[in-house]
Design a protein around this ligand. Sequence first.
Ligand SMILES: C[S@@+](CC[C@H](N)C(=O)[O-])C[C@H]1O[C@@H](n2cnc3c(N)ncnc32)[C@H](O)[C@@H]1O
Length: 491
Amino acid sequence: MEDFAKKCEVKEDETMGRYVVAAVNIKAGETLLLEQPVLLLANNADRRCSNCHQLTSTFCGKCRLMPLCADCVDHLDLDCQRLAKLELQLEQVQQLAAHPEIVNALKYLLLREHAEMHSQYEELLQMEAHLTRRRGTDIWLNYQKQVIQPLQSAGVLLQLRNGESINEELLQRMLGIADINSFEIRAPELGGSMRGLYVKAGLFVHSCVPNLVAAIDEQRRIKLYANRSIAAGEVLYNCYTNILLGTEERRKILKIGKCFDCQCARCLDPTELGTHMSSFVCVHCAGGYIVKQPVTNVWQCLLNPEHTLKPEFVSNVLERAKEEVFHAHGDIYRLELLLAKLGRLLHGNHYIMLDLKQHIASILRQILQNMAHRPSRKVYERKIRLCQEILLVLKVVVPGISRLKAVALYELSNTQAELARKLFSEQEHNSADLMAELQQTEIMMRESLRMLLYEPICTPEGQLARNMLRELKDLQNDMKLLQQSNPDVVN
Ligand SMILES: C[S@@+](CC[C@H](N)C(=O)[O-])C[C@H]1O[C@@H](n2cnc3c(N)ncnc32)[C@H](O)[C@@H]1O
């Protein structure tokens, strides 16, 4: 029996709809689901090749409706043949080509066309679409204009399914299902993304402190595994948003994109589990922080509730800060200045501060990788400090196995090791100091590796784990050599 059937049970309630609970006790790292996508979809404004999923502006010469890049000769034969049978004038084809969003709807409709895919179509149709909540919204109206009207006026809907009518409601349902349930997946080009619809993975509900990790490999297969041990009966939670955003941002994304109000422990705690990822500094109280009280929505100091901030002030500061971060992109001096400036208004763990810290740390990584820069000790120390600060927050918001934590730990360990080697080569540290630092590094690397080993091999994190295994061996060799050349050094 497959993992999902053995370890998971699907339940349903009024608030969350269907959700999944653990049917048995589950260990940290244990796999709950491996699943292939039923549909691969482009993000709405993108046009991707139906075969290789590269961005493209060209179409299949046979069916004329499905995008096909210059490197690919064909796409799914069944789809191509069915679309080629549509009786469309060139002008209609050209009109449809102007709306990239149509391709996702066509992919969905084509599942319905083929008897062998009909069960998949029916399964997808069971998924949440939030028709009532989306009706009349901008998203709804946009789909009406960009997808439904063009398909209707070209006569495509009348010709599919042997003329059996496909109404607007059904199309809005299909498009809603894609928006509510799809997972973001890596696109072929660096940094690009697309979407995948998975029938079983789409059953898991959300928490901003999840107990599951989702990883998608090169073949676009999804793996869901436990990030901590989970007792039978516990609800299994995935996270639908970026875990490093503040509560207001996360809740807004969930409300607009997924149509629900998150009520998880982190969202209900104004300090975000003590991390203060959305807190402002109280300028009147030393060590006082201003948080948004969940019931009253008032921004109040935790030390003196009379010290408050106006919501307009809060949103203005955040908006301006985001703009400044955007304009400082890639410029380490501006980013450091901004960090110092915003630090007078925002808690050091505020999500905008964390974003700045991550940004600065990644520039420092590039500087340190390029030895021609001959980086000073201060550069190493700055990066170490930033990694430590980021890790402290991650330990709270993703307490178990986590890719983010693993990568931050790796960055920290590797910078500490490099600094230790540099100080040793410059004779600022002796062999015992170097050995102590390398031992620390080894502990951190092992911890990072322990978390990454659950990642599928064909993901960037899986590859990092492989490289780390090599680095760990090199580190252990260095330690052995150091000990051999200095027998007094304790291993
Ligand atoms: C990917 S689906 C999850 C499965 C869905 N409940 C179903 O019945 O098909 C996402 C939807 O589940 C519901 N949901 C997920 N997490 C939730 C949560 N923490 N609180 C309330 N509703 C939630 C929302 O309706 C959301 O749009």
